[in-house]
Each structure stands twice: as structure tokens, then as C-alpha cells.
Design a binder for this molecule. Sequence first.
Ligand code: NAI
Ligand code: MG
Length: 498
Amino acid sequence: MSVNVLTAAIPAAVTDFIHGPHKLLIDGRWITASSEKTFSTRNPADGSILAEIASAEAADVDLAVAAARRAFEDGPWSRMTPAARAKLIWRLADALEAKAEEFAFIETLDNGKPLNDARIIDLPHSIEVLRYYAGWCTKLNGESVSLSNPGTWHAYTMREPVGVVGSITPWNAPLMMAVSKLAPALAAGCTVVLKPAEQTPLTALRLGQLILDIGFPEGVVNILTGFGETAGAAITAHPGVDKITFTGSADVGRIIVKAAAGDFKRVTLELGGKTPVIVFPDADIDRAIEGAARSIFSNAGQICNAGSRLYAHRDVFDRLVEGVSRRAGEFRVGNGLQASTQMGPVVSQEQLDRISGFIASGRSQGAEVRAGGGRIGSEGYFVQPTVLTGTRPDMDVVRQEIFGPVLCAMSYGEADLDRVAREANATSYGLGAVLWTKDLSTAHKMAKKLKAGTVRVNGGGLDPALPFGGFKQSGWGRELGREGIEAYTELKSVAMAL
Ligand code: NAI
Ligand code: MG
């Protein structure tokens, strides 16, 4: 690994923005936290402090929720036509597109991901999610209902915005996560209090500037940077919040469900996974090797849907393990600003320690390290792309989400689909599953048997129109697609005697 050679020059606008100040966006204005506390956000490539950020606590949450409530009940937002809302959201997409390069740099500096990934994945996806949901503003209809009970009457349903939404997002794809929660909420007519992850607050704050520039009415979008235990907990417990939408760890998901139970807030949860990559002997093995490697090493494995368990038929297992281990060694790990970098650092010292702990536990429980297995250097939070074999279903590395570039490779004996599906399903998670086969019948049968929110066959990715979410402990509800906007509505039935 080499640091700081051939790094892309950071645009002046990015440096100016990062220098701050970074305040809270409440009711259309940037204000300091009432406690005047701040926290630091760091560059994971070298551990240096990037900026000081306002740290919101309960008093700031009160102000933000009150502003969001006023904007929802009384403000121009509630009187705006769907077409006018669509126009604003579309304008936000255009503004983001115009500043895409600036956002990509900020994301790389704050999160560590390769600049090229931010450019070709995070930014385009965020922009398209905004455009996709802008289109939904004018298409969110109820229906008239055919009735059978006696009498002459008429009934219809309508979809109304759920109200004030508290959105709590993680650090692995900070802008994409913020936008995936803002766009459908705004399109449905809700107002929002957004709390980005404390590790990566910067792109959400820059987005807040665009939201003000474009002229969203005050209070429609409020952005509170701060910690989970303070700002996050105050949002989830607040009686003025109608819905919580959260992406993050299962442990915090449980805390949120308990906090929301008091007043039965609506809750959507996206909680991670342990996605199996299942390779059948008839698959295009070269493509399966490349797909399996990218699935676990992209974004340094910090993807809820990362393919972290490889299940390959014993006839092709050795070839797969050799291939993925070779790719692990070839992946260029380094500072995300370097043009050649394919994998950046992980986000924080905490995450580096977590991942190192998992690799050590795998080793001590008998796993064999076929590639990687260690930290790179002592500056920044770099982990080697890692492949483990000899892993068994009872090991922590197989059962728990590692959220790092660590693949557990296992083989199966016969291509008995029920048995393969049973092993793949033997996890508390159910977010995704990946199949590699050329046999259509195998693909469709397996797609049905797998307990996962998304099944990918021979590749395929994320799309704003495709619902995303999990079975079992991977969460509640779906984001994206029609379901993703309906999740921000209440359904009302109107019945009328004629
Ligand atoms: P986390 O669940 O603690 O953080 C996610 C968000 O929740 C952050 O904005 C955080 O401030 C907030 N939060 C934390 N405690 C809260 C509370 N008591 N009330 C309200 N909000 C709270 O995740 P963390 O600790 O950063 O990562 C730990 C593990 O979680 C990772 O190793 C990974 O396994 C998983 N994870 C999964 C993600 C996914 O995409 N599903 C994203 C991030 C983490
Ligand atoms: Mg945490």
C-alpha cells in the first residue's frame, strides 16, 4: 500500500466546505447545538481530524421536531400540490448532479471509500432515487372499492403522509442512505428530522445546504448531527415523531423498536445481513469468482448485502477459493483519493478492531486463512481482503455480520436444492442471496426457497424501483420502489351512504 501518491487534487470548494463551520439545520437555519458541544469526524485513510461538528442533544431534537411539525401541519408544504413537490425534489436531483464531483470528494474524505466508487455508485444512485421518487409525487393514489354489503354506498381509499419522520442513517453509504430516506418521505408529503451517523456527517450537511439553496420551505428538512445515544435516542423517543426509519445494527434496531413501542410509532428497519453466494457446478466459474470477490470486497465489505458466505459445490469449490483468494491479493487497497484504489480503509478504529476481532476468533475456532487476514500499515484503518476456509456453521464468523472484507468459504456435497437452501437459510438474517448457475430451473426453484428480501442471479444490483429489505432479523418493511413510498403513508378508507 502506498499513501498519497497520485492522489486526486481536492477541489477548493471541498476544502472550504470541510473547514466549516458545521451547525445543525433546524427550521431553515443553521444553528449551533444548544449545549454548544461538538465532536470530530475523521479521515479513515490516515485517522486525522477532518472537521468539528455540532453535537445535537434532546433540546435540539425538540426544536427540530417542533419545526417539522409546524411545516407539516401549517406550513406551505402541506398546501403544496404534488406537482410542486415533485418539481422541488427533481431540482434537488439536478443540484446534486451539478455538484456530484464535490460530493464524491467529501464522501471519500469522510468515509474512506474509493473516489471512483463514490463517482459511479453513490452519486448516480442518490440522484436517481431523487428522480424516481419525484415521479411518485403525482402518482400516489388510493382506489375506489367494490362493495358487497347491502345498501347503496360508495367507498374509496386515499394515501396520506404519515407526518413527521425521524430518519437515522449509518456510515457505510452516507449520502445514499440519507437520500434513500429523504426522497420517499418528501415525495409522500412528510417532513423529516434526519440524523446522519456520527462517523460520516459531512455529505448530509452539504445536502442540507442544497436543500436550502433550492428553496424547500423551512422546517421540511431538519438535519441533526450527533451521537446515537443522545440525538438518535431523543428522536426515537420523541412523542412528536410519527415514524422512525432506521438503517444500522440489529442491536440498535431492537432499542429503536422498544423506544417506538410507547406510542406505536411506525417503524421501518434495515438491519444488515449474512448474504450467501451459492455457486452451482454448471455456473460460469470465472464470472462467479469475480462476482463473489466484488460482492465481499467492494466498499471494504461494509455493505449490508455483502456476499459474506460462499457456498460452492465440492466439484468447483477449490477453483472458487483459489480464484477469490487470488483476486483478494490483487485488490489494490489504499487511500480512496488514489486513482488506482479499489478498496479503501474501513470507516473507523472501532470497525477495524471489530473486524480484526472476528478474524482472530475465526482463527482460534479453526478457520484457515487463505488470503489476507491482517491489518495493512499502522496509519489509517486498512484491512486486507480476507478469505477463510474450514469455517463451520457454529462459528461467530459464519453466524454474525462482520461488515468487513472477510469471506467465509464453505462447500456442499450434492446439488440437492432443498439441502443447499436449508444451509443457506441457516442464519438469523435474510437480506440477500446470490446464485450462480446457468440452469433456469435451478435459479427459479432456488429463488423461491431462499428466505431473503433480494435474490440475485448471475449478477444484478440495486435499482430505485426495486424494493429492498429483509426477511427475519434483517429488518421490517422495504425501502425503494412503490413499497418504499407507501411506507411513508397512512391508508385512509372513506365510506359514504348515497
Ligand atoms: P449503529 O447501529 O450503532 O449506528 C447506526 C446509526 O444508529 C447511527 O446513526 C447511530 O448514531 C445511530 N444510533 C446508535 N445508537 C442509537 C440509539 N440508541 N438510538 C438511536 N440511534 C442510535 O451501528 P455501528 O455501531 O456504527 O456499527 C456496528 C455494526 O452495525 C456494524 O459492524 C454492522 O454490522 C452493522 N451496521 C449495519 C448497517 C447496515 O447497512 N445495515 C450499517 C451500519 C452498521
Ligand atoms: Mg454503535
